[in-house]
Design a protein around this ligand. Structure first.
Ligand code: COA
Length: 222
């Protein structure tokens, strides 16, 4: 299981944090965090319910991470293991995560797939999301998996949908000409885009597109 305690900086002020696995006692707070992180137009049916959270803890507890700041829950990061074939990249969030229920978790899978990351709005831009992602990279290394993978929403895309294809948008973010709240964050976490997926998730802001973002285990060279 995972436990790490250290500091992030809020300006010049060190703020103590804990990254650990979440348990049943955290579920109420985790649902509350989802409602703060995915406001309308994001569909509220896609927020966590207790059955999904129970499954995360039951099927793959190592992939159920949360972060606490000053004793308050500030965010979570959840994954499952799947077998991923880079020659068949097309999938939907619903299919690959079993709609967030992760009953398809494969203990022999080679890929840690991210189901969700959320950081409470009042705790954003402190480095908490990045620190949780680093923690999940540790899990990938510890379990000797090939990669961490996930579909990154691109919520800024709807603003330019009339003038740019999703690929042009992603290239614009990669060139540094555009910033996206999720894709730029994932790039800064060390994730690399390997393709665009259409109809990934019911997500108006991203026009249902996602960029498939990979982090490869540096100790496994294929
Ligand atoms: C995406 C999210 C998890 C980021 O969490 P966070 O804790 O604020 O991110 P961090 O502070 O760790 O940021 C890490 C890096 O990403 C950058 N970053 C974070 N949010 C950003 C944004 N909105 N735009 C551009 N860059 C951003 C930071 O500047 C930082 O860069 P640095 O490491 O070079 O200093 C958070 O905004 C969130 O919960 N969003 C809503 C839920 C969501 O859409 N999740 C993704 C589902 S696919």
């Amino acid at each position: 299981m995972y436990l790490s305690q250290f500091y992030v900086f809020d300006g010049d002020k060190p703020v103590p944090l804990t990254i650990r696995n979440y348990t049943q006692e955290d579920f109420d707070q985790l649902v509350q965090i989802q409602s703060e992180c995915f406001p309308p137009p994001f569909p509220s049916e896609l927020w966590w319910n207790k059955e999904q959270l129970n499954n995360h803890v039951r099927y793959f507890p190592e992939g159920a991470l949360c972060i606490e700041v000053n004793g308050e829950l500030a965010g979570s990061l959840t994954g499952l293991c799947v077998n991923f074939d880079p020659n068949h990249m097309e999938h939907t969030w619903e299919d690959i995560t079993d709609e967030g229920y992760i009953k398809n978790h494969d203990p022999n899978g080679d890929t840690l797939y991210i189901v969700d990351i959320s950081v409470r709005p009042k705790y954003r831009k402190l480095g908490l999301g990045k620190q949780m992602m680093q923690a999940m990279y540790h899990v990938v290394i510890q379990k000797k998996l090939v990669r961490l993978l996930g579909g990154g929403r691109m919520p800024g895309y709807h603003k330019v949908v009339n003038t740019m294809t999703p690929d042009q948008y992603l290239q614009g973010v990669l060139a540094g000409n555009l910033k996206d709240p999720v894709i730029t964050f994932l790039l800064r976490c060390g994730r690399v885009p390997i393709g665009i997926i259409k109809d990934y998730l019911d997500d108006e802001e991203s026009c249902n597109y996602a960029a498939l973002m990979e982090w490869k285990n540096p100790f496994i060279i294929e």
